[in-house]
Design a protein around this ligand. Sequence first.
Ligand code: RBF
Length: 381
Amino acid sequence: MSMSSTTDGASVKESIDAFYAGKFVIVADGADRKNECDLVFAADQATTQAMAFAIRQGSGIVYAVASPDALQRFGLYPATNVNTNRFAIGAYVSTTYLPGSSTGLSAADRAATARALCNHSNTADSFSKPGHMFPVAAHTDGVLGRPGHTEAAYDLCRMSGRMPVACLTELTQEDGSMLRWQGAREFGRTHGIPVITVEQIIQHRQAFPQFPNAPNPDSIPSIRGLDLPAFDGSGLKIAIISARWNSLVTRNLVVGAKEALHSCNVRDISIEYVAGSYELPAAAQVLLESRRFDGIICIGCLIKGQSMHFEYVSEAVTQGIMRLNLDYKVPVVYGILSVLTEEQAKQRSGISSTHNSGKEWGITCVESCLLTKRYLKASRL
Ligand code: RBF
């Protein structure tokens, strides 16, 4: 019984396609590890039917896999300070999405919780602690950082360009024992679900280091906006400076920028905060003087009010950031939404749409850093 041969199970490509379409994928780890087969699917595609199937065929416990950052933004925290689990699973406190549920345990309620964990406009207040879904933090390097089911589910999200939150449960048999490799393949055949191994995902990630970026809905059907090609930003050191003014919006933009940087393999990301957009150029200058960064992304949100403030500040900040770009020869990305209404701010930051401008700024920063590296001998001053 070999689990490493791709001819035994499905191909990674097949699994990525299924996962992208919101369908199930079964992932097996090695006999030397847990020797379990887990059912995974994209959390933003979690329907009541999918959740009911997962609860019936699995252990009954359904996990929500995401990065530590993504969980912490909803006020979730590690379930223990001292992890004595044999496989050091990154268990977080259990949770239920309150607005969408009654007891939290039904398939419909758990599906609502899974979907809510994908919606950045939700705040920590909306999630009870404890609850009935079990969040697990994935290693941010995916299966390359830890060869577990959790990371396999997380990587399936990233490899398919989906929102990086997945649902996962361990498949069990009628008698309650765990389903193993052979049983999982039969189960997969019966239900039309591709079965792959963690090892296959590791090999795929090594062969294809870049993740595709989620399509930018603005740029696909029309000529507006920026397409999001994948760049390899391995080794780059990037700082994000975010204004806290209009923080609901800027927080989302920061998440978008970080997701884009991660998708370009940027691992070294520092984040600093200032009060308002007006503070951004001076803060960027301080970081530039430290000579520690290959690029900086300034994030803010200016919403036109009743006074002349908007005009003055946006003009000053635009000029300030341009000056830094030309003076320091280090890319300083202008990530400031200058909008007329709150609704426009929500639309451009992914709160009321799927378009998050932060992603474009992350990609832009990597692209500009690579250009600088190609033409200037010392990219860090
Ligand atoms: N900062 C922003 O980033 N976005 C805004 O929409 C914004 N609106 C402001 C409106 C007024 C009337 C004032 C006085 C400040 C505003 N700020 C805003 C804060 C500004 O960028 C800066 O932090 C403060 O002026 C302190 O230097």
